[in-house]
Design a protein around this ligand. Structure first.
Ligand SMILES: [Zn+2]
Length: 191
């Protein structure tokens, strides 16, 4: 089989999967994806397209402050960076391996790396989400249910709504709906 055939097939599958995800997202949230939605379909470009998370900056409140304190207390940024470096090293190793041992062209190696990064990115997102839950729990334990609930409502008003599936593919932060389900056992959405 030609080396391009498998690669090309996988890239087409990626394109179709992202297209279906995008269509599902538009239907479920009723929010337009804009030009970024088109860019997210294109391999390699979609690795660098930013994903806006908020309509407006959430107000700095007690819960947000405690949440940030939780991140600091639990050394989250160091752990997050370590995870990032570990995944990056793994990627560089894979890249060198493909280039050297399989005699692949530079373009092919980059495309393979792009495909291989997709599951790694999802795992990284889930790890980041785990940290957010931990910081939320920290703030919840310090401030109680009432403050947490009010804060989640505020955040939901500021947030651009994304579905869970879309969020796990593209976001480093869990949505407010997921976070509130975690700490309050109740899904809080914007009114
Ligand atoms: Zn956080």
């Amino acid at each position: 089989m030609s080396p391009w055939l498998l690669l090309g097939t996988l890239l087409v599958i990626e394109f179709v999967a992202r297209l279906l995800l995008e269509i599902r997202e538009r239907r479920l949230t009723q929010v337009s994806g804009g030009f970024f939605a088109v860019l997210r379909l294109i391999p390699l470009i979609n690795d660098i397209v930013p994903l806006p998370e908020n309509r407006k900056e959430p107000a700095e409140n007690e819960f947000v402050k405690k949440h940030e304190e939780g991140h600091k207390e639990l050394r989250h940024s160091i752990l997050r960076n370590l995870a990032k470096v570990a995944l990056l090293l793994l990627a560089v190793w894979l890249f060198a391996f493909l280039l050297a041992s399989h005699g692949m062209s530079l373009v092919q190696s980059i495309l393979w790396l792009h495909l291989a990064a997709i599951p790694f990115r999802t795992v990284f997102h889930l790890y980041c989400w785990h940290q957010e839950y931990e910081a939320d729990r920290y703030a919840f334990e310090k401030l109680g249910k009432k403050v947490a609930k009010a804060a989640m409502r505020d955040l939901a008003e500021c947030e651009i709504p994304y579905t869970k599936l879309f969020a796990v593919v593209y976001r480093e932060h869990p949505t407010v709906a997921i976070r509130s389900q975690r700490i309050l056992n109740k899904e809080i959405k914007a009114a």
